[in-house]
Design a protein. Structure first.
Ligand code: ADE
Length: 418
């Protein structure tokens, strides 16, 4: 079995950590048990390009239990947990092509190795496999029954491709379903971003000015968790509605140039390019710390920061000190890549449980429906989303009310009086 990982000897630690995550993934566990009985993915080949974490390992094992042949590569050069990669290869015979810290060439070599298995289902976190197929490996497009997209940034790209009639096979917007982004993006990114910052810096949030760029689902999570730790949170936005929401949620909203003067910590979660740039670096305070939790490492203009700097050095793991010509230091975490995955472990298993339940059930849906699907972006059927929230609630031991007959009738009958 071909694979390319850092060190196979890490496999026992990886297996233990995968089992630890599984404890907190009860919905995925139930799906895995059913998949093992019914084998709904028998005969399919899945290539997954995801962050190689303990939670992803549980997804991959679920797909395998369903009868799929699965290959895994990383969706970010810094996000691989090398012990997990080793365990998947040695303990579960799943080919993995991923090494934490791999360079760009190796990253793409690994993506190509995954596509060399000729998959009929692909999974992306950032649309890299789809982009590679549609640009450099076009001959494979007709073999793809469906492709899953995990993240906001990827779905935005895929919808743009759909508009330009570029898509050649169906894709599923996993990110856009409520059981994904209400929880994974908000509570997952919220907590894991602070976790990454804390592990990298041991920063005290209480009393500090924390600037959160972007008030989408991820930004909301980050801002609310930072406030929970006692920070004075400033939000920056370009969208008037989101800015209004942030204001009424009690945050100060400022243009970045103003926020840049007071921030102690800057966290970008916008999905856009150069949100922090030269004009902002120039007015930042001595010792400002900047980091990113958006999908791509483009939100901080590191080239501009380098140009303003006379020297740089590693201050500690995941912390790079830039000394500017005016004498001040600015600290960049995790090279401007996803701080929550590079410096911590990504989102907790409890929320990835729902995200990856969606991935599993939609893989089954693609297999069942692939003859009828078109080359467009599909949303997850509401019934699947409701099924997942029902299972998750039950796993948490939470009971809710159900409608009485009278209430159902009232809600369905517009003629009933007010
Ligand atoms: N994205 C964010 N957190 C993740 C995790 N723990 N596993 C896989 N993908 C993730």
């Amino acid at each position: 079995m071909p694979y390319d990982i850092k060190d196979i000897n890490l496999s026992q630690m990886g297996q233990d950590r995968i089992a630890w995550a599984e404890r907190d993934m009860p919905v995925l566990r139930q799906i895995r048990q059913r998949f093992a009985d019914e084998k709904p993915l028998a005969g399919t080949k899945v290539a997954a390009c995801l962050h190689v974490t303990t939670e992803t390992a549980n997804l991959v094992l679920t797909l395998k239990a369903g009868g799929a042949d699965v290959v895994l590569c990383a969706s970010n050069p810094l996000s691989t947990q090398d012990d997990v990669a080793a365990a998947l290869v040695q303990k579960y015979e799943i080919p993995v092509f991923a090494i934490k810290g791999e360079d760009n060439d190796t990253y793409y070599k690994h993506l190509n190795a995954a596509l060399d298995t000729n998959p009929n289902i692909t999974m992306d976190d950032g649309a890299d496999l789809v982009s590679l197929i549609l640009t450099k490996r076009k001959h494979q497009a007709k073999e793809i029954w469906g492709s899953m997209e995990e993240t906001t940034t990827g779905v935005i790209r895929l919808r743009a491709m759909e508009k330009q009639k570029m898509l050649e096979f169906p894709v599923v917007a996993i990110n856009d379903t409520p059981t994904k982004h209400f929880f994974d993006n908000r509570y997952g990114t919220g907590q894991s971003t602070l976790d990454g910052i804390l592990r990298a810096t041991n920063f005290l949030f209480a009393g500090k000015y924390v600037v959160v760029a972007g008030y989408g689902w991820c930004g909301r999570g980050v801002a609310s968790r930072a406030r929970g730790l006692g920070a004075k949170v400033i939000v920056t936005e370009i969208d008037p509605l989101k800015a209004l929401e942030a204001t009424m949620d009690g945050f100060e909203v400022l243009p970045m140039l103003d926020a840049a003067r007071s921030g102690d910590m800057f966290i970008t979660v916008t999905g856009d390019i150069h949100v922090l740039r030269e004009e902002h670096f120039k007015v930042m305070k001595e010792g400002a710390i900047i980091c990113n939790s958006g999908h791509f490492n483009v939100e901080i203009d590191l080239e501009a920061l380098s140009h303003l700097s006379v020297s740089r050095r590693s201050a500690r793991a995941f912390v790079e000190e830039y000394k500017l010509s005016d004498g001040k230091n600015i600290y960049v975490l995790a090279d401007g890549r996803l701080v929550n995955i590079a410096a911590a472990e990504g989102h907790p298993a409890c929320v990835m449980d729902m995200s990856f339940a969606n991935q599993s059930l939609m893989s089954e849906w693609v297999v069942k429906n692939h003859g009828q699907l078109e080359a467009k972006v599909y949303d997850i059927p509401t019934a699947i989303d409701e099924h997942i929230s029902t299972l998750k609630l039950a796993s948490l031991g939470i009971k809710i009310d159900s409608l009485t007959d009278e209430q159902s009738k009232y809600l369905n009958d517009w003629q009933m009086g007010t």
